[in-house]
Design a protein around this ligand. Structure first.
Ligand SMILES: [Mg+2]
Length: 251
């Protein structure tokens, strides 16, 4: 990976998987017709994980046998399979604890309260970034989160569509590509699932219109083991460096 903005102490950074000038990068990102973005750990620290964390802090949870069992099982699979186990753990969490409308509304209100109180914050520059890229494009928020929580962010950022509890993004997106025939896609993600989507779309280049896919990976750190070169661009959990490039590289 090449660094366009080098990482420093608590500073935003930007890396690319091929040699790109600031202007080329800016043209790729701003020139997209359709945006597909993930929510959890991409726009802000996962609201899904936050709900679990709040639950773990609540003493009442420890009298709930289902919750104890779920925590132990999830803990073990996260140790064994790391981040790739998150999707299954969350799916199970929804099935066990968020299965009624009231519980989902409760979860939504909890996240809204945390946002209002500043206890859950979007990554720096995230709203500026989405303001720039969602302007003229057909935009989709695709997430494993529940609809009640996804809707908060769909509305706030102005995505055209939101798809919640999406366990298989490839199966959802790929068939619609052939009917919609957008020219240029921008994908923003942070997981193996998002990477599968990027990998799947790459060979489609040339078959879908003039087809071009630009992708942004939101990495945990600029450490080599956290970077993902399947994505055109890597940034940390801070969009300000990228926003700076988009604003200051004239098209
Ligand atoms: Mg994610």
């Amino acid at each position: 990976m090449d660094f366009l903005i080098r990482p420093g102490h608590h500073r935003p950074w930007v890396a690319t998987n091929r040699e790109l000038s600031r202007k080329e990068l800016s043209d790729l990102v701003l020139g997209s017709d359709a945006v597909i973005a993930d929510l959890d750990d991409c726009i802000l620290p996962s609201p899904a994980k936050r709900l679990v964390y709040e639950r773990l802090r609540d003493i009442k949870s420890y009298f709930d046998y289902d919750f104890i069992l779920w925590s132990l099982e999830s803990g073990l699979s996260l140790i064994k399979d790391g981040k790739s186990a998150e999707s299954d753990c969350w799916k199970e969490y929804i099935d066990l604890f968020l299965y009624t409308r009231e519980r989902k509304i409760e979860a939504k209100e909890k996240i809204e309260r945390l946002l209002r109180e500043g206890k859950l914050k979007e990554y720096p520059g995230a709203s500026d970034f989405f303001n720039l890229v969602l302007k003229s494009s057909d935009s989709h928020l695709l997430t494993r989160n529940i609809p009640e929580i996804t809707e908060i962010f769909r509305e706030k950022y102005g995505f055209s569509y939101a798809f919640s509890q999406t366990w298989n993004k490839v199966a959802l997106v790929v068939p619609s590509l052939f009917t919609n025939r957008q020219e240029k896609y921008l994908i923003i993600g942070d997981s193996k699932e998002d990477q599968r989507l990027v990998d799947k779309l790459k060979p489609c280049e040339g078959t879908i219109g003039s087809g071009k896919v630009t992708s942004i990976y939101v990495a945990e750190s600029p450490n080599e083991r956290h970077l993902n070169e399947h994505f055109t661009i890597n940034i940390g959990r801070d969009y300000r460096g990228l926003v700076d490039i988009l604003r200051n590289s004239h098209r």
